[in-house]
Design a protein around this ligand. Sequence first.
Ligand code: S3P
Length: 169
Amino acid sequence: MKLILIGYMGSGKSSVGKVLAGQLSVNFLDLDAEISAEENKSIPQIFSDHGEVYFRRKEAEVLKKLLEKDEGCVLSLGGGTPCYGKNMELIKAAPKATSIYLKTGLLQLTERLMVEKEHRPLIKDLDSSEALEDYIRKHLFERTFFYNQSDLIVSTDGKSVDEVVAAIA
Ligand code: S3P
């Protein structure tokens, strides 16, 4: 069984994924961490050295490889992963896999990302919380079309990591 966590930046995919994997006694895999390890560079470094198009190509390659692995795990994706190329189709077609959209509202995302944006190349230069909120509103609107194709949707607003894990379980 593979549980695939989908959601916008700051929706808690990695924190929830680690706890969930621990409870289920399966491996936790983070797509960004796997990309970083393959490239031997941080995500911001990959963006600045090679650009976003290169990152998206690598992201699709590593995703495909992980989905093909016949091993139970909790896999946390990047916020943009389901929204490029054929990634969402591959996710939906992956054998024995369930995709879960961690749905987080605009206000909570803006609050979290305001203090966690430095290592996120797409938003690190947005200085005010108004600019960040505007960006997230538009971006989230575009991405929701893909996120909503997940098998399950779990709202995270007002929930702790343990409560989100319990809701998924
Ligand atoms: C991205 C989200 C990031 C990372 C990259 C691009 C995006 O992952 O993959 O910076 O397009 O939303 P997180 O969702 O873990 O921050």
